[in-house]
Structure formats: structure tokens, C-alpha cells
Design a protein around this ligand. Sequence first.
Ligand code: ADP
Length: 359
Amino acid sequence: MTEVKLDRIGKSYGSVEAVQQFDLTIREGEFLVLLGPSGCGKSTTLRMIAGLESITKGDLLIGGARMNDVDPKDRGVAMVFQNYALYPHKTVFDNMAMALKLQKVPAAEIAQRVGHTAELLGLTDYLQRKPAALSGGQRQRVAIGRAIVRTPKVFLFDEPLSNLDAKLRVKMRMELQELHGRLNATSVYVTHDQVEAMTLADRIVIMNGGVVAQVGTPREVYDHPADEFVAGFIGSPAMNFVDLSRDDTGGWRSDCGSLALPSLPMDTGPRRRIRLGVRPEHIEVLPGATGADGMTYTANVLLDELLGADALLSLGIGDVRLLARVGGVDHPVRGDTVTIRLNPAQLHAFDLETTEALR
Ligand code: ADP
């Protein structure tokens, strides 16, 4: 188990700054997830840790030692790739044994380590097969096994589940969680899938345009997103945003006045306008119109989508559109009139210029 320190690391490709001032200590045994949209610099950061990409600025320390100029194979890291990167003509055993053979580990020890890892991953019966005769999930397990046999100090995962179908992804996600529980190795995991990030991470780093937007536990980034970008990226379906202006009474209202809030719990300072954020799962939907008072509003159901356990309702409150997530049994349907209630404690607000969250 090893600590990984990124000391204001940066990467430029000519004039393009792919990663800027990435400053973070990844704790021993921590499962850290780098999350963000395509092109935000996640893979570049991971590849800098792996040594597959040079570091333009700052220092990388693994277990206290500076690694900027150390060969990838001498960093004590093992990487699992999205495309598995298995040797097609070698058996599962030989794929997993490869790195140990290169290190001239005695054959008996190789057999023992590969055998033990295969058992851990449920691959014992497949050791003599070639990758073409395996399912996608089994191939990804071999790729993970190949990293485990090397007993690295740090595991690096580059979108390892992206090539699997949705059902298998959920299964492999759980296997990865269980595996981490057993190995407890420091891990850095790149994904653009916020559900993967929320379920696997001890801490999530959300990146936006090469810059770290927020670092926190899944709970922290969901409950207290640092800015509008994080608020919109974490949570599915995404948070609703509505611009509000302060009225003469100190309350807040949407442009046509259909959504009016007597007060907001956060410190809005002298601002005359803010952006309100409401998660779909935080809108309480009551049947029928019970009249508006305070934080209760009459809404029309414009669309309804049954997902199974849940349903999504597209609601119109005058000119304001909100997406709400409700239980899938006897939910309101298109054409219904409902009453919605907002809980002040679950509302978010953002500065319109800086996009920062108001607390
Ligand atoms: P992500 O993994 O989050 O999708 P990347 O780390 O791959 O993003 O890329 C971050 C940024 O760096 C992108 O704008 C990308 O176009 C740029 N980039 C990545 N690799 C290169 C390269 N070899 N040359 C120039 N620009 C690159």
C-alpha cells in the first residue's frame, strides 16, 4: 500500500494545457476516481502517473519517491486498459504470467501466483483458453488479473468497464468493489460514468477542462457540489436549473413569476439574480392541485416516462420546466395537474458569473 502525491502536476501539448495544477495526495489504500466529460484531462493525468506521458510541470511522488523521470516498469504501478490489451495467441495463464516471466520469477512461484489470482477472479477453469474463447467480462477479468499478479503498489484503471454491456458493467463494478475490499491497494480509476464513480470511489475528483473542479467523497459531491458544473454532472437525471431574480419583498422569482420562493436558506449576499438548482429526486409530487403556498406549486405533467421502479415527469409550472423523479407505481401521467413541494434544505444556488455554489 502506497501514497501517491501529485504536486501541482501539469501537462501541455504545445499551447494546449491538457491538465493544469493538479494538486492531490491519494492516500494509502484509497480508491480514487477521476471523473469528467471527454477531453477533461482524466486519461492524461492517469498516464502521467503510469509514466506513459511525460510531466510538463510539478512533481509526482509514489511512496515518497519522485517518479517524474522513472521508467514506467520501475514505478510499481500496473495499469488495466479499456481494450484489455491481451495477447490473442497466448492462453489466459500465459497472459497473466507474462510480466512475471520477464522478471525471471521462478516457474513454481509463477504458477502459484497466477493460480491464486485466477481463483480470486473465478478464472481457474479458463486458464488454458485463449482470449477469443472468453466473454467480454472474462477478458476484462484476465486484464485485471494480469495487473494483480504483479502485486503493484498502485493500480491504475483506464475506463476498464466501457466496452462491456450495461448488465455486465454493473456486475463487474460490484466485483471490483469486492476486489478492492480484499486487496486494499491504492487505486486510481478513470471514468466518464458518474454512477461508476459514485459506487466505487472513496473520493471522486471531478475534472473540467483540465482543471480539478472538486475533490470529495461521493456524498460530499452529491450533497454539496462546489459549482454548477459538478452539480450538473453528478446525479442522474441531471439537476434542474432555473434563473431567479430577487423581488421587492426579498423573495425570489422566475422571469415570468410562476416559480416564487419567499426565501432561500443560502447566503445570496447582495446578488439580484442567482441560478437555482433542484435535483429531480428532491421534488415532492402530490396528486391534484392543492393550491400554491410558500414552497408549494401547481404543475402540469407535460410528459411521463416509466423507467420501472421510478418514473420521470416533465413538469410545467407556468414558464418553468422541471424534471421530477417519482415512484413508478400509480404515478401521475401526461395531462394531469399535480402539486409539487420543494424542500428548502435540498435546494442549491449558484452565482451566475462564477458558477460557484452559494452556501
Ligand atoms: P479525457 O481522458 O478526459 O477524455 P484526455 O486526457 O485524453 O481527456 O485529453 C485532455 C486534452 O488533451 C484534450 O483536449 C485532448 O484533445 C488533449 N490531448 C490529449 N492527448 C493529446 C496529444 N497527444 N496531443 C495533443 N493534445 C492532446
